[in-house]
Design a protein. Structure first.
Length: 88
């Protein structure tokens, strides 16, 4: 999987775009990619998404964004590892 964070965020798996279309999950993925191989605290993600005044539902909403990203990446990896079946 290739993740480009300079300029517009671009995520590709074997040349196919798997970039999140929604802005907030895109922000989460960009921040996680910038801090690859390091833990990113929930507080840092919350600050990035909502600034100093996060909504009461921030933690739950953030968990939803992470779930969406996991599902998007898992689907891309499954497509990549699926065996090619030729007819005949």
């Amino acid at each position: 999987m290739d993740i480009e964070v300079l300029g517009a965020l671009a995520v590709r798996e074997n040349g196919l775009s798997v970039t999140p279309t929604a802005p907030k999950p895109r922000q989460v993925l960009a921040l996680l990619a910038l801090h690859a191989d390091r833990m990113v605290p929930v507080s840092a993600l919350t600050e990035e998404l909502w600034g100093a005044a996060p909504p009461r539902s921030a933690r739950t909403t953030l968990q939803t964004y992470v779930l969406q990203l996991r599902e998007l990446i898992a689907a891309a990896l499954e497509r990549d590892s699926a065996p090619d079946t030729a007819p005949g």
